[in-house]
Design a protein around this ligand. Structure first.
Ligand code: FES
Length: 110
């Protein structure tokens, strides 16, 4: 099956070490630039209602601005409490400087 990809941003808009919230269909997705590589996770923390793109990026780990839970932006895995559920990841590809996402999880799982 071929995944469909949608352009959501330009790579140039997200500098290394930065986060940015974008719309992807009805979802809010946080894009993270880790040393020039772009990763995409759900923007909403799995603990409560907080926007992860308003948090801080430390390497490939984003820290939630509300209570400090941390998630790995490559895998969505929880790195620190109080969150206990992973955030969803999205497959990312770069085409001519455009960041494109697909519904497919970055890990290949649905
Ligand atoms: S809302 Fe993110 S840690 Fe509580």
């Amino acid at each position: 099956m071929t995944a469909e990809f949608t352009t959501v941003a330009q790579v140039a808009d997200i500098k290394p070490g930065e986060l940015r919230c974008v719309r992807f269909g009805t979802r809010r997705v946080a894009l993270a630039n880790v040393d020039g590589e772009i990763f995409a996770i759900d923007d909403t923390c799995t603990h409560e209602e907080a926007s992860l793109s308003e948090g801080e990026l430390f390497g490939d780990v984003v820290e939630c601005p509300l209570h400090g839970a941390a998630f790995n932006v490559r895998t969505g895995a929880v790195e620190s409490f109080p969150a206990t559920r992973a955030v969803r990841t999205y497959a990312v590809r770069i085409v001519d400087g455009a960041v494109q996402l697909s519904e497919q999880s970055a890990s290949g799982a649905a």
